[in-house]
Design a binder for this molecule. Sequence first.
Ligand SMILES: Nc1ncnc2c1ncn2[C@@H]1O[C@H](COP(=O)(O)OP(=O)(O)O)[C@@H](O)[C@H]1O
Ligand SMILES: [Mg+2]
Length: 463
Amino acid sequence: MKIKIENVTSSAPTRRVDSHSHIKDLGLGADGCALPEASGFVGQLGAREGVGILQDLIKLKKFAGRAILLAGPPGTGKTALAIALSRQLGTNIPFSHLVGSEVYSSEVKKTEVIMEHFRRAIGLRIRESKEVYEGEVTALKPIESENPLEGYDRTIKAVECTLTTLKGSKSLRLDASIYEQMQKEKVRIGDVIYIETSSGAVKRVGRSEKYAQTYDLEAEVFVPIPKDAVHKKKDVVQDISLHDLDIANARPQGGQDILSMMGALGKQTKTEITDKLRAEIDKVVNKYIDSGVAELIPGVLFVDEVHMLDIECFSYLNRALESALAPIVIFATNRGRCQIRGTDIVSPHGLPVDLLDRMLIVRTVPYGREDIRKIIKIRAHIESIRIEEEAVDALAEIGESASLRYAVQLLAPSMELAKADLDEDTVDEAVVDKDNVLEAKELFLDVRTSAQFASDSSAGYLK
Ligand SMILES: Nc1ncnc2c1ncn2[C@@H]1O[C@H](COP(=O)(O)OP(=O)(O)O)[C@@H](O)[C@H]1O
Ligand SMILES: [Mg+2]
């Protein structure tokens, strides 16, 4: 049999580009001042510095239970700021992202959605002393079982693994389920791993330092060969969120200590999480925090488009912020004065005053033409769009009079128009010019222009 090889494309992952993928972090200098252009961020200096200070407070755990409001017109980088903050905080601090309109679902209560996000944003760092086998893998041999049917599908019965430290080495014969985990963690000879004796969980710590000279293309973490005996007690740190615990324990099994609660992780089943269950979990968690086994890591909950929430949600938020286990909440809105949903009260940003009163407010301001120019160029680069300077100027002008987001969104259609002028062989050389941009602008309206048409009685809309 011949296999086809001509049309097989490489499976190298193509990176997806979303609207914020150019933002790496807040782009602050060592002194905490915002750099005019760094990490994909341009301008909006005041707001970036403000959020930078917030980040310091979060790291010092000094801000839990408090709220920030990012207020500014559409397309001024509010969502970008929050995303930058989450990227800057790293993966050890939980970050949960809720868009206001997400709470309206016919299946789940509004307050339930909010509560779930609250608990996703509260982390728990648990330190445990565990009995483990740890060392560099110096031999790894799966043992296949004799298959009575003489088939090809041999099954792995066990694995023989030799772990070596500076003190000595130990050969272990381990269960097949542990071998499966090793394969998942891609353990190979020369890796430093540990295996928990009670659960059989395998963790790959990194690659042994011995191999550090052979240049690996992938980013590898090189670790020293452990010094102690292979079989020992080790302090293990694990980060989980309260929501993880809720889910894992929605169907309670057995004891109420934190170890059995964590044992239930991984076995995820979809059952209802009741307030009673949450209260029980909080009780255990608090006990463990008091006794020093666990440390509370208040994370960040980002509620975008907060004006979409209604009065019921707001009063719930007020109460949730009071609780001892509360994260830092960042709200964002593009509304000035408007009605609070579910009432006929008009209030700044569409938020109740008592909630507003708790917030520090960070303002974002519309961008000038120069900043828009730079952002357009960054976006063009990340979307792999070649564009003439004149076209960038045109987009910057459009961005200034309409909005930044509109200008950014015109990039992709402009590129398609540029491609349409070329034939198949030269389509890869397409460069966006000014005419492409102006044509795209004619084809796709911005909000304001469209709204003008809508209110213009001659346009023929039904009222
Ligand atoms: N200062 C900035 N630097 C670089 N890109 C930005 C900046 N501000 C906004 N953007 C980008 O412009 C687009 C619109 O911004 P966004 O954060 O969604 O606005 P908002 O949430 O305020 O409506 C996004 O693609 C965003 O990543
Ligand atoms: Mg936004």
